[in-house]
Design a protein around this ligand. Structure first.
Ligand code: ATP
Ligand code: MG
Ligand code: MG
Ligand code: MG
Length: 564
């Protein structure tokens, strides 16, 4: 590729909207451009990096027996209503209508679509295991889209779904994906760590997040200093619940990353620039989602509700099976003491409609329920969550825990029968018994990985791509664009490298060498080959790895040997 033909408009200034280094560098070096908030166009350099990451992901999925498919981005509301998530997914779901007023969503994830696909095709234990995946745009109307590709509203994800007959089968699929993810991020040249994570609202089972280690990461990881032990968890998972709340107490354990230093609801509200009422609404809203899902499923009783609100800090756990009314009451009772003194609960019309629907009443007064924690329901409210700190003993082996910051680039999840049950994906075992298919889901943020790689690998001059995901491996720079012999030699070496299969750019622009060097560092080509006077007179070229900056001289005849 010739620099004169490469569409990579670089910027001298740091764009004001870019807060983190990956966002700044991707814009400055001409990899991406913003189209709307959280929505980006990938320019040729960006596209090349994406393709590299995608190809590594694809090869590792295939190696474990994954088969690539492509599902639609536009998803009919009916399937989401069937699973119960149409009502519970909340404002993160992009919704749209067709000309006949039928509802659709832009896929944030594909459990519904794939479960519906498989339920029509798989009906015997003999057909499993199955691993299906796709690499595609995903849509999430994030509360705070920011940091460029790290948190977009349109982003690229690889999502794989596994289908097995039982928990043992799922365990095998899950391990395969653990291996595949480890290989993917290793091949991408990244320093990373798989950590145990909280399964949160999905409930129950195993889940691991893959974290790229970077100081700018939003996630805090705790890991054991003893590598033989291997314990590693995100701080949410590692946190320890402390005590139980009494109705007149205020809670406030906080997720440090989201609300650093806040100890009360009012402080949290202030920090997030929302009203305390909005926090309460969030609690009610989350409950509403759970209750609505139960109603859609036709459940009479709810066994478990894990209320982790948007702040990731408030928890409500039911002591045992409860009716829909009791759960609603619990939420209101829960919101009461939380929300505290001196602030009126303004009922959200949506919440009230739901409360009225389940209680059969018709009122706008949230207190009509007259619920009383302890009398009408049992709730186990955790008073505080103690964040475990570095230096504390490892819960597995007692050695010291260390802390690091990370960016979540992937997550693997045991779903069990969560979707197969509600969507009716069953199979017949050897004895002819009908059982739900046991599922797992596994995501990698392809576009986020691109940004995470930069967060981890950069300096003040620009990006330092790991070779495997660099847009090009080599840039050839003639020092003087006016010196015909230098240009001729540069052209010759450029063609030799192309011939040898090395992805190479020749900077043939009529610019000063200094400008070209600056751009080469900014863009982050792993190797720079400089053709100056010495190259012509002594037949030796300068080779400079972007990472070390240490220049070595190589005889031009040995060029391919040195580069490859
Ligand atoms: P986060 O905690 O950062 O919101 P998530 O846990 O909601 O991410 P998953 O549902 O686990 O994300 O999706 C799988 C992967 O997709 C994530 O590990 C991440 O790499 C990527 N991803 C999720 N949301 C975004 C986003 N808004 N922009 C870019 N990548 C994303
Ligand atoms: Mg998310
Ligand atoms: Mg997450
Ligand atoms: Mg996740």
């Amino acid at each position: 590729m010739r620099a004169t033909e490469l569409y990579a408009p670089t910027l001298r200034e740091v764009p004001a909207e870019a807060e983190v280094v990956s966002h700044q560098l991707l814009l400055r070096a001409g990899y991406i451009r913003r189209t709307a908030t959280g929505v980006y166009t990938y320019l040729p350099l960006g596209m090349r990096v994406l393709k590299k990451i995608e190809q590594i992901v694809r090869e590792e999925m295939d190696r474990q027996g994954g088969q690539e498919i492509m599902m639609p981005i536009i998803q009919p509301a009916e399937l989401w209503q069937e699973s119960g998530r149409w009502d519970v997914y909340g404002p993160e779901l992009f919704r749209l209508k067709d000309r006949h007023e039928r509802d659709f969503a832009l896929g944030p994830t594909h459990e519904e679509i794939i479960t519906a696909l498989v339920r029509g095709e798989v009906n015997s234990y003999k057909q499993m295991p199955i691993l299906l995946y796709q690499i595609q745009n995903k849509y999430r109307d994030e509360r705070r889209p920011r940091f460029g590709l790290l948190r977009g509203r349109e982003f690229i994800m690889k999502d794989l779904y596994s289908f097995d007959r039982d928990a043992d089968g799922l365990e095998v699929s899950y391990r395969k994906m653990h291996v595949a993810y480890t290989r993917v991020f290793k091949r991408c040249g990244l320093r990373f760590r798989p950590v145990e994570a909280d399964s949160g609202a999905i409930g129950g089972s195993d889940t691991h997040e893959f974290m790229v280690l970077a100081d700018s990461g939003e996630a805090i990881i705790l890991y054991c200093e003893n590598p033989v032990c291997g314990y590693a968890a995100n701080n949410e998972k590692a946190s320890v619940p402390v005590g139980e709340i009494t109705p007149d107490e205020t809670l406030y354990p906080l997720n440090r990353a989201e609300t650093p230093g806040c100890r009360t609801v009012e402080e949290v509200a202030q920090f997030l620039r929302i009203s305390p009422q909005q926090i309460i609404k969030t609690i009610l809203y989350e409950t509403e989602r759970e209750v609505a899902a139960a109603l859609v499923r036709g459940d009479r009783e709810i066994n478990e509700i894990k209320l982790s609100n948007a702040l990731g800090c408030l928890r409500l756990e039911l002591a045992g099976p409860k009716t829909v009314q009791q759960v609603t009451g619990a939420a209101v009772g829960f919101a009461g003491p939380v929300g505290l003194k001196g602030c009126t609960i303004v009922a959200d019309p949506e919440v009230m409609a739901m409360v009225n629907a389940v209680t059969g009443s018709n009122t706008n007064d949230i207190h009509c329920l007259n619920v009383n924690p302890g009398r009408d329901f049992e709730v186990n409210m955790i008073k505080d969550i103690r964040m475990v700190q570095a230096g504390e003993p490892c819960p597995h082996c007692g050695s010291k825990l260390l802390e690091a910051k990370g960016i979540e680039v992937g997550q693997i999840f045991k779903l069990g029968d969560k979707y197969s049950k509600v969507l009716g994906a069953t199979y017949l075992d050897e004895g002819g018994k009908s059982l739900p298919i046991i599922m797992g889901c596994y995501g990698i943020g392809v576009s986020r990985t691109m940004a995470a790689a930069i967060e981890q690998n950069h300096d003040q001059n620009g990006i330092i791509w790991p070779v495997a995901i660099a847009p090009f491996q080599v840039v050839v720079i003639p020092v003087s664009a006016k010196d015909e012999t230098q240009v001729a030699l540069a052209e010759e070496l450029y063609h030799r490298l192309l011939e040898a299969g090395v992805e190479t750019v020749i900077d043939d622009r009529p610019e000063r060498a200094g400008v070209k060097f600056k751009d080469a560092d900014l863009i982050g080509y792993p190797l720079r080959i400089t053709i100056g006077a010495k190259a012509v007179s002594e037949n030796r070229v300068e080779i400079r790895p972007r990472k070390t900056g240490e220049v070595t001289l190589t005889a031009t005849r040995d060029l391919e040997k040195t580069v490859l």
